[in-house]
Design a protein around this ligand. Structure first.
Ligand code: NAI
Length: 334
């Protein structure tokens, strides 16, 4: 198979090339994100390999289909950016990487919680400037605190396990409770109860029409005052404008995010010499109690290796049998 790999970064290339050794696939690496405008780059390929901010809407998929693309091999878990109904109608198979080191994202979640709580981001700058004052850096013991985990799938379940190691009381919300989480001591409650009782809430559910703006003005108004909100799921799980209002009035105590609603035009690129046009994001950057990373929770060697291996396995299976190992389709979601 010839595969056009979009949104290629140096690390994508090295891990995918390593995983591709011994196969007959030809990988063509393109730096641009997939959009209607860049779709012609895939001409001559049988498959495209996409990441989280590539556009796979109906228009783009139909351009790909006209060029003979039969497989969209996502090198990520989330598939909210793919129009699955359009893919089905165009007879394009969509595959993804459902599991790859959930520890990578879970551990980054803890990194955000701990750094934000103990204000490591501010302490780092202070010490470098010779300011060893501690005023304003008071945190809290995570031990004994209540943490609400929204979505206890592969990543959320690891977060639950780590939090129990810290001695936290864990509340969970998921339409499909996980027995292993219950065995660890997590208690499944309603989303409202989770918000009202938790000192920290962390989001690990997929972005779907149901979970879009799951954390909105209503949730934030009912949440415990001073809540620390963490999002390593998908940006649109949080209504960012509502979060900014809650940060301004003090009801939201702090915010740690690895994902952002409008990240597609920002993340993964060096924009340090350009003017930031996103005023909402710019406002977030002004808060001392907001910590942002640019969608890097997955970025460990183990996760990158797992992503590349499963992506190539999906492509190989499709080449041999016409079916990928981990397909995602509207029928399967129904
Ligand atoms: P998963 O599919 O194993 O688990 C998702 C869980 O969310 C399931 O248990 C499901 O029942 C639950 N869920 C579905 N709807 C829900 C709702 N309305 N409320 C609460 N829970 C709900 O997925 P996994 O692997 O744990 O990943 C979770 C999400 O993390 C992905 O969908 C993706 O968006 C995000 N992610 C972010 C990464 C990053 O680098 N920041 C990397 C990988 C995934």
């Amino acid at each position: 198979m010839q595969v056009s790999v979009f949104s290629t970064k140096p690390y994508d290339r090295s891990f995918l090339e390593a995983a591709n050794v011994g196969t007959a696939h030809r990988l063509l690496f393109h730096e641009p994100r997939l959009t209607e405008q860049t779709a012609p780059l895939a001409a001559g390929s049988d498959a495209v390999c996409l990441f989280v901010n590539d556009v796979a809407d109906a228009e783009t998929l139909s351009i790909l289909a006209r060029q003979g693309i039969r497989l969209v091999a996502l090198r990520c878990a989330g598939f909210n950016h793919v129009d699955l109904a359009a893919a089905r109608d165009l007879k394009i198979t969509v595959s993804r990487v459902p599991a790859y080191s959930p520890h990578a994202v879970a551990e980054h979640t803890l990194a955000l919680i701990l750094a934000l709580n103990r204000q490591i981001h501010r302490a780092y700058n202070r010490v470098r400037e010779g300011n060893f004052a501690l005023d304003g850096l008071i945190g809290f013991d995570l031990y004994g605190k209540t943490v609400g985990v929204v979505g206890t799938g592969q990543i959320g379940a690891v977060v639950v396990r780590i939090l129990t190691g810290f001695g936290c009381r864990v509340l969970a919300f998921d339409p499909y409770p996980d027995a292993a989480c219950v065995a660890l001591g997590a208690r499944y409650v309603s989303l409202d109860e989770l918000g009202a009782e938790s000192d920290v809430v962390t989001l690990h559910c997929p972005l779907t029409p149901d979970t879009n703006h799951l954390v909105d003005a209503r949730f934030l108004a009912r949440a415990k005052k001073g809540l620390m909100l963490i999002n390593t799921g998908r940006g649109a799980l949080i209504d960012t404008r509502a979060a900014i209002r809650a940060l301004k009035n003090g009801s939201l105590g702090s915010l740690g995010i690895d994902v952002y609603e409008e990240e597609a035009d920002l993340f993964f690129e060096d924009l340090s010499s350009t003017v930031l046009r996103d005023d909402v994001f710019a406002r977030l950057l002004t808060f001392p109690n907001v910590l942002i990373t640019g969608h890097q929770a997955f970025l460990t060697r183990e996760a990158l290796s797992g992503i590349a291996t499963t992506t190539i396995a999906n492509i190989s299976a499709f080449a041999e049998t016409g079916r990928a190992v981990h397909e995602v389709s509207v029928e399967r979601l129904a």
